[in-house]
Write a protein that binds this ligand. Structure first.
Ligand code: TEU
Ligand code: CA
Length: 543
């Protein structure tokens, strides 16, 4: 039986292949290494994997700078290794999503080499080339996410080209229909190879304003925005003209039409911008564009349950018939165990479990980032150990993305059992006690708790798609119900260090008269909560 709706409520495990498992001792994780660890991923109880880029690349942005969309970088393996990934994953019942970085290519891509070679070659209009102003200055005030103006001078064409990220990541010109055809061909290439879907990198950046109007200034900057600090001018612009342009809708419809030729596939768009919710709603409503988008709302430093509730309510309310997808960590942000720790506090494993229960109790699909299931804290690196250009540019206030990309600790032996060689980023000593092998052996470990809760979630569709009703929130506690036609589950979370008493008296629902419902008893086991079962019961929760 085909299940074209499998993606609604699926749990996606993100693999950053460089740092997952190294099969040949060169210090870099690879596709054969991923194949070896697929049984581990399947054992977690997730539904799909999303593999970050493994395409041919000069690795200036560690694969998010693609120089050949239709081949595997030799460092990661071969196309046939990728076929093994698909085959093995499918054998273990896992779907495979891959990253597509369509907004920009590497400057080493054949398309860019041709486009930059002259003013009148067949691909001359494939990138965003603009003459300098009469006084030689750059075309407008657009800024790059990775620092400085979004314009790079090219001496051969004697023009500027647009780059929203590194200057070695030139933006493709989506206003050119040939570019659209070319990128859709690459998408088809992977669909034909058997992938089940895509995570679309920077899905809101594809189009720019053809009139090149200046972005307007922003007086105040929201605290804790991603990659954004007071001295980063990027944050002080509204990015209304360099991205999130209306032309994108028609493109996403063409993309969806292509996806729909391959039943049981799905898409997740990455949407980070001002007014992200409106953009996500536009991209996911109506069932004819992206299946899902994920926002950056829970990738910030604000872990108060009040913020979480507000975010959940806003997204629930704002998406309409769009389906939400949540994540609390990825390869671009500080690891959640550290990011959501109290100031100066040791990493609290019990709290990691509560955050997991929260994430997996939200209505929608979920992306987990490798190592989250181990509760890994951010890898602490010195300036000399950094390799991420974004981190090097904005050190020390923003320490970049290396700390969340250090390799997985599989065992507590040397290099965490990740590699027999010298890892491209160190396996940090502080991660060794978190090794997967060790946690497999401990019944109360974070890893085991993930497995238990993921299995629990599978048995309770109310958790995935049931209605949600919020009963209470404050800084440290959050209480809500999830209701399906057959059951109501009470989710009560306490991230504080102290016991909390939450009253159910305001609840508008009644639990069954029987003693504890199975659902509640099972929640108790995985995350060690005590829960009341009657409307008038006080419930006491402690992490
Ligand atoms: O990230 C996109 C990204 O960095 C932006 O969304 C940014 O954080 C935000 O707009 C700031 O306001 C993706 C990849 O996840 C990342 O690893 C790549 O480096 C980047 O695209 C470029 O491909
Ligand atoms: Ca390797």
């Amino acid at each position: 039986v085909k299940n074209t709706e499998w993606w609604r409520g699926c749990v996606i495990y993100q693999v950053y292949p460089r740092s997952f498992f190294d099969s040949n001792g060169d210090g870099i994780g690879d596709l054969p290494g991923l194949v070896e660890k697929i049984p581990y991923i399947a054992s977690l109880g997730v539904d799909a994997i999303w593999v970050s880029p493994f395409f041919t690349s000069p690795m200036k942005d560690f694969g998010y700078d693609v120089s050949d969309y239709c081949d595997v970088d030799p460092i990661f393996g071969t196309l046939s290794d990728f076929d093994d990934v698909i085959e093995t994953a499918h054998k273990f019942g896992l779907k495979v999503l891959i990253d597509q970085v369509l907004n920009h290519t590497s400057d080493q891509h054949a398309w860019f080499k041709e486009s930059s070679s002259s003013l009148d070659n067949p691909k001359s209009d494939w990138y965003v080339w603009v003459d300098p102003n009469p006084d030689g200055t750059i075309p407008n005030n657009w800024l790059s996410v990775f620092g400085g103006p979004a314009w790079q001078w090219h001496s051969r064409r004697r023009q500027y080209y647009l780059h929203n990220f590194l200057s070695s990541q030139p933006d493709l010109n989506f206003h050119n229909p040939d570019v659209i055809d070319a990128v859709l061909d690459t998408v088809r290439f992977w669909l034909d190879r058997g992938v089940d879907g895509f995570r679309f990198d920077t899905a809101n950046y594809f189009f720019h304003d053809v009139e090149l109007r200046n972005n307007s200034a922003k007086e105040e900057v929201e605290e804790g925005s991603i990659g954004v600090r007071a001295d980063n001018p990027y944050a002080y612009q509204f990015h209304e003209y360099d991205k999130s342009r209306p032309e994108n809708i028609a493109f996403l419809k063409r993309l969806r039409a292509l996806m729909d030729e391959y039943p049981e596939t799905t898409t997740v768009g990455e949407v980070g911008c001002d007014f992200a919710l409106e953009t996500m709603a536009k991209y996911t409503q109506g069932g004819d564009k992206l299946h899902m988008c994920y926002s950056f709302d829970l990738l910030t430093h604000d872990s108060s349950m009040t913020h979480i509730r507000k975010t959940m309510e806003e997204i629930e309310g704002g998406l309409g018939d769009g389906w939400p997808c949540w994540s609390i960590g990825n390869h671009d942000v500080e690891r959640v165990a550290s990011r959501w720790a109290e100031k100066d506090e040791q990493i609290n494993h019990e709290r990691s479990k509560i955050h997991m229960a929260m994430l997996l109790s939200m209505r929608g699909s979920v992306c987990l980032y490798q190592g989250e299931e181990l509760g890994l804290p951010e890898g602490q690196l010195t300036y000399d150990q950094l390799v991420d250009p974004f981190g090097i540019e904005f050190w020390p206030d923003f320490k970049g993305r290396d700390g969340c990309r250090t390799p997985m600790p599989w065992t507590s032996k040397q290099n965490g059992g990740f590699s027999d060689g010298t890892p491209w980023l160190p396996v940090v000593d502080a991660h060794l006690p978190y090794a997967a092998e060790q946690q497999e052996a401990e019944s109360e470990s974070i890893l085991q708790t993930y497995k238990t809760f993921l299995a629990f979630r599978k048995q309770h569709p109310a958790l995935v798609s049931g209605d949600i009703e919020f009963l209470h929130d404050d800084k440290e506690t959050l209480m809500f119900t999830r209701t399906s036609p057959t059951e109501t589950l009470l989710i009560a979370l306490n991230t504080g260090a102290e016991k909390a008493a939450l009253s159910l008296s305001e609840a508008k629902f009644a639990f069954p008269d029987s003693s504890e419902s199975t659902a509640l008893r099972q929640i108790e086991i995985p995350i060690g909560l005590t829960s009341g079962t009657r409307v008038d019961t006080d419930i006491h929760l402690a992490p």
